[in-house]
Ligand binder design. Structure first.
Ligand SMILES: Nc1ncnc2c1ncn2[C@@H]1O[C@H](COP(=O)(O)OP(=O)(O)O)[C@@H](O)[C@H]1O
Ligand SMILES: [Mg+2]
Length: 368
């Protein structure tokens, strides 16, 4: 898929923006704090219905304005999509696809697929388990709306169950109904995650071997809080979940919180057999993150039928020339957005087939 056009009004530091994009490569160049990432954020917002850097939608509205508007035109093999997002200080966020208002955020998912690679993504490798769960969730939600709805449902059940575990600490009421709901929704999440992690693992391993010229092997393991075997189906996972809840019951009452379920899942990344979080060099961690992102592209292509958009925010100049070249040469069919402070460092992108935009104080000018 290709983003053909972006329009924005009162979004971050842009009063008005109107750009036509190149189908292959778009580079945004400018000093710090000029509005480069804001462009990336507009595209991400149109894909996911939220920002990747704030959970407060209103932060994206230009200061001293009451409303922001973005319109992103997407050309796809299947059906085109015009995605409009209106953020308002006083009203609910309004989403439209092809002029039709959406009633739920989840309905937006799947209209525009993106893979984003930003400096913060190193946290997927280096940070805590929350970062890795957020990564899995965001990726699966983009492909399967059902996962998105189940995740919301699971989180609601979890909150209620945690509250009961706290409130009835001394009486210990029967939690069976809550357990069943938790297990039902939780097992759906685990099943999706199991499949996703297996596939992204195979793809990331391939990417990693190519990037490291066969020197390193990356493996991704799903360390689920509910034990299961590779061949296990839904019923077996449900059974294991129930058993686990039983054995943790006393501890749960003592601690007043749910100790079993996908909210406690973990992902482990290993390079040449060692946990890259603790034992990897900075370079290995970066390469692992890059492989993961490239794997995502392929995974989405496999599921959705076409490549998503790739957003590279401030990460290119951190890669050496070899990796830059690898990226650019391997992404011939992927529309790519790159932001950078120094285009001179992007040796690999000295080619004709691209647009370069100068970004300065919320104004964009296309270079000749
Ligand atoms: N809601 C907002 N209203 C107006 N300006 C904003 C808003 N949010 C951020 N900015 C401005 O946007 C700029 C940062 O944009 P960003 O795209 O992150 O910069 P960079 O070019 O470094 O990627 C800063 O100048 C910041 O003051
Ligand atoms: Mg930036």
């Amino acid at each position: 898929m290709i983003v053909e056009e972006i329009k924005a009004i009162n979004f971050r530091n842009y009063e008005e923006l109107n750009i036509q994009l190149h189908p292959r490569l778009n580079i945004f160049v400018g000093e710090n704090a000029q509005g480069k990432t804001n462009i990336i954020e507009m595209i991400y917002l149109s894909s996911m219905g939220k920002s990747f850097r704030t959970s407060k939608d209103q932060e994206m509205i230009k200061i001293n304005k009451s409303q922001s508007y973005t319109k992103v035109t997407v050309k796809k093999a299947s059906s085109d999509a015009i995605i409009e997002v209106r953020l308002d200080y006083l009203q609910k966020k309004k989403l439209k696809v092809n002029q039709i208002p959406l009633t739920k955020n989840g309905e937006l998912l799947g209209n525009l697929n993106v893979v984003i690679f930003a400096p913060d993504d190193l946290k997927i490798i280096k940070g805590g388990p929350v970062e890795r769960r957020k990564f899995i969730d965001n990726e699966i939600c983009q492909i399967y709306p059902k996962y998105y709805y189940t995740l919301n449902q699971y989180n609601r059940i979890l909150q209620q169950r945690n509250k009961l575990l706290k409130d009835y600490r001394n009486k210990k009421i029967d939690l069976e109904i809550w357990n069943q709901q938790l297990i039902e929704a939780g097992t759906t999440l685990i099943t999706y995650r199991k499949k996703f992690i297996k596939r992204i693992g195979i793809l990331a391993k391939l990417m990693h071997r190519k990037i490291t010229e066969e020197v390193e092997t990356l493996e991704i393991h799903y360390d689920s809080s509910v034990p299961f075997k590779e061949k296990d189906e839904r019923n077996e996972i449900i059974e294991s979940f129930a058993n686990e809840l039983k054995s943790y019951s006393d501890q749960e009452w003592r601690r007043g919180s749910t100790l079993v379920g996908p909210h406690r899942d973990e992902l482990i990344f290993k390079v040449n057999g060692l946990d890259v979080k603790n034992f990897g060099s900075q370079g290995q961690q970066r390469t692992a993150a890059l492989s993961l992102k490239l794997a995502e592209l392929e995974l989405i292509k496999g599921e959705v039928g076409e490549y998503p958009i790739l957003l590279l925010d401030d990460v290119m100049s951190e890669l050496d020339i070899k990796r830059q070249n690898y990226l650019i040469n391997n992404l011939k069919n992927v529309q790519t957005f790159i932001t950078t402070t120094m285009i001179e460092q992007l040796k690999a992108v000295y080619q004709d087939n691209r647009y370069v935009f100068n970004v300065e104080k919320g104004e964009i000018r296309k270079r000749d």
